[in-house]
Design a protein around this ligand. Structure first.
Ligand SMILES: C[S@@+](CC[C@H](N)C(=O)[O-])C[C@H]1O[C@@H](n2cnc3c(N)ncnc32)[C@H](O)[C@@H]1O
Length: 255
């Protein structure tokens, strides 16, 4: 039996031009693909390559199924949108290996990075991540809301630009409004906020507003929000969208 392998592949934000050559080569080398159906749908596969779709809340079951297939000799690919190490499948695969049978630790496991959402959204408006930043998932499915709240406040207090992933969903309707409320207690009302929806996809929508006016209704599950620091700036331009950037030199304090 040939030795199996498992590659966790990042497909980037959605534009085929942003799939890396390394990811393209890893896709060509795999026989069995595991992932959330919309990500599998992005692939143009050969007839000999098989897909195994699952729901987006079944990451651990999906990881186990993929590891079993790899242990059985298949060349397995687990696909993620953006980067697989950012709020995505690479951690789920590691978790499954840690909790699984000893034999899974011998599988050749590799991660192929992709362009994560905050980088895609940042690129659309200028350079809001030009100085220190952090990423926080607003989902309280896998951590208590108190932890999210504490991290948000600490990050804003410390002067980080904050990229918010998983900002809102039908099951989590109030968290984003609460997050804006908390951030307004720490940051000036004119702090730039970028709403980046479906960046680099045909249904992309990018908006820039001030924290005081930031409305949770402007976001959905496909949105990554970048909340500036007190030093992030907006440069207005005639007949062009404004540039949003965080200067490379930070003065360190609040305005
Ligand atoms: C489960 S996380 C997965 C993140 C993904 N691994 C990445 O690196 O971008 C899903 C969240 O990523 C963000 N996201 C993913 N693709 C996006 C895109 N093209 N534009 C804006 N946000 C996106 C949204 O915040 C969404 O709720």
């Amino acid at each position: 039996m040939t030795a199996g392998s498992l590659t966790v592949i990042g497909l980037g934000p959605g534009d085929a031009a942003q799939i890396t050559p390394e990811a393209t080569a890893a896709i060509a080398a795999a026989t069995d693909f595991y992932g959330y159906a919309p990500y599998l749908d992005r692939l143009s596969l050969r007839p000999d390559q098989r897909t195994h779709a699952s729901d987006n809340r079944e990451e651990i079951d999906r990881s186990r199924a993929a590891l079993e297939a790899a242990a059985g000799g298949a060349q397995v690919a687990v696909v993620s949108g953006g980067d697989p190490g950012v709020f995505a499948m690479a951690a789920a695969v590691c978790e499954a290996i840690e909790a699984g049978p000893e034999s899974w630790r011998r599988i050749d496991v590799r991660t192929v990075p992709g362009i994560t959402a905050m980088l895609a959204v940042a690129a659309r408006v200028g350079a809001p991540l030009g100085h220190d930043f952090c990423a926080i998932s607003l989902s309280d499915n896998l951590k208590p809301w108190e932890t999210v709240a504490r991290r948000l406040k600490a990050a804003a207090d410390a002067g980080f630009v904050i990229a918010l992933y998983n900002p809102i969903s039908r099951a989590r309707p109030w968290q984003l409004g609460k997050a804006f409320e908390m951030l307004r207690e720490v940051l000036p009302g004119d702090t730039p906020v970028v709403f980046g929806r479906a960046a680099f996809r045909p249904d992309e929508r990018i908006g820039v507003t001030a924290l005081a006016a930031a409305d949770p209704a402007g976001a959905d599950m496909a949105t990554c929000i970048i909340v500036g620091s007190s030093e992030t700036r907006i440069v207005e331009r005639p007949d062009r969208a404004p540039l949003v950037y965080s200067p490379r030199r930070a003065m360190g304090g609040r305005r």
